[in-house]
Design a protein around this ligand. Structure first.
Ligand SMILES: [Zn+2]
Ligand SMILES: [Zn+2]
Length: 409
């Protein structure tokens, strides 16, 4: 922890004439910011601090549930017209379905929402029994704060005019892509699932292999050592750094446009895929990891699907993967990892999760969590020659610049 303080411009000489006010300003900023920067969230388990911990944890649970698409699914119960059948597949208009099937899909959506909440709750209850460590309440509160900050930033990024212009240009470009193949029914559904997960696989892998995507985005999702449904952070949502989404969002419309993805007539396959999606959706649940380790049926799903056990190997800081920068990049299907040689079978032992660097800062502090990777990369750019900048920004995540920055990861 002692190597993670920002330098706050200590190595910048003050300009002549303005030295005293600038130094005074810098010292005042330092006095204000350093305690905020250095401290970790920690609550005593007695008195008012305990009451504050309970209130903050309750707020984090409510916010976490809302973030896991639960609101979408419950809104289906209240008469919404769409259902989310499978990850990365466009929403299905329920008005196009027979009434019994539409009602069944709504009930599955409600079941998926309740299952998500149940898994998050069981993680808290059984964490100590499964891992031997108490549930990390401070981490959950910290992650809720970080996720809130990232969500706000994403909201304002979309309001930003250059971003809107870029998206409008991109939509116009996609509109020109010709449709080559007409598919419908369950074949169209299978194509939509395959295309969606293929795009996710490559964007996710890119995020692990490219310095800026990793350090300025996806590192946040991997920082926590006590992984559960409620303690994994999302990534910054602004383009082009939205870690496991940005590249996919750009590639997906192009590939989808090549086919007509009319999934309306897929019938029972819609319900079957939706149940499978619900089953593997709580992919960070320590409780579901434990259940899978006891269930031969759930383990058999690994042949095709990214089960919780498979995704835990992705979060492992012990398994570097066949290419050195990680393994198991798929979101729902394990076939891409098997095909492109990045699949690692779960070992049966609960892996240690977190960053590969054993001295990485856990950042149980929203300020450090959000700013540290940006500060680190900013200092790397400042302390190295311009000719090194392409490698600092777009090099492999293994790359270390000639003048490294002694900040923790
Ligand atoms: Zn990842
Ligand atoms: Zn994950």
């Amino acid at each position: 922890m002692n190597n993670i303080e920002p330098t706050l411009g200590q190595d910048v000489p003050a300009p002549l004439g303005g030295a005293v006010p600038l130094r005074a300003l810098r010292e005042a900023a330092g006095r204000l910011l350093l305690p905020l920067w250095r401290g970790d969230l920690k609550f005593r388990r007695t008195g008012w601090q305990f009451a504050l911990l309970v209130a903050a944890a309750a707020a984090a649970v409510v916010y976490g549930a809302w973030q896991q698409d639960v609101i979408h699914d419950f809104s289906a119960m209240a008469g919404a017209r769409v259902a989310y059948v499978f990850y990365m597949v466009p929403a299905l208009d329920l008005g196009t379905q027979d009434r019994p099937l539409a009602e069944l899909l709504v009930w599955i959506a409600i079941g998926r929402a309740l299952f998500d909440i149940l898994c998050a709750w069981l993680d808290m209850v059984f964490h100590k029994r499964i891992t031997g460590r108490p549930f990390d309440w401070e981490s959950m509160i910290n992650v809720a704060l970080v996720n809130g900050l990232f969500s706000c930033a994403a909201f304002f990024a979309v309001l930003n005019q250059p971003v809107r212009r870029f998206l409008a240009h991109y939509d116009a470009l996609v509109a020109q892509v010709p449709t080559l193949v007409d598919l419908n029914g369950s074949v169209a559904l299978a194509a939509a699932v395959l295309i969606g997960d293929f795009c996710f696989y490559w964007s996710h892998r890119l995020c692990h292999e490219t310095r800026c995507f990793w350090n300025l985005g996806h590192i946040n999702h991997h920082r926590n050592r006590n992984l559960t449904q409620m303690t994994c952070a999302i990534e910054p949502g602004w383009l082009p750094l939205q870690a496991a989404g940005g590249a996919a969002l750009l590639l997906l419309p192009v590939l989808s446009k090549l086919f007509t993805a009319d999934i309306r007539d897929a019938g029972a396959a819609l319900a079957v895929l939706m149940v499978i999606d619900a089953l593997v959706d709580p992919s960070h649940s320590i409780f579901m990891y434990w259940v899978e380790s006891k269930s031969r049926v759930l383990r058999a799903l690994r042949h095709v699907f990214v089960t919780v056990g498979v995704h835990y190997m992705h979060h492992s800081c012990e398994v570097t993967g066949p290419h050195g920068t990680g393994a198991n990049f798929g979101a729902r299907l394990s076939i891409w990892d098997r095909l492109f040689g990045t699949y690692v079978e779960p070992t049966g032992q609960l892996p240690r999760t977190g960053l590969f660097d054993p001295h990485a800062d856990l950042c149980v502090n929203p300020l450090r969590y959000v700013v540290l990777p940006y500060l680190r990369m900013g200092l790397e750019l400042r302390r190295n020659r311009v000719s090194d900048w392409p490698f600092i920004l777009f090099g492999s995540t293994d790359y270390e610049p000639p003048n490294p920055v002694p900040l923790s990861r």
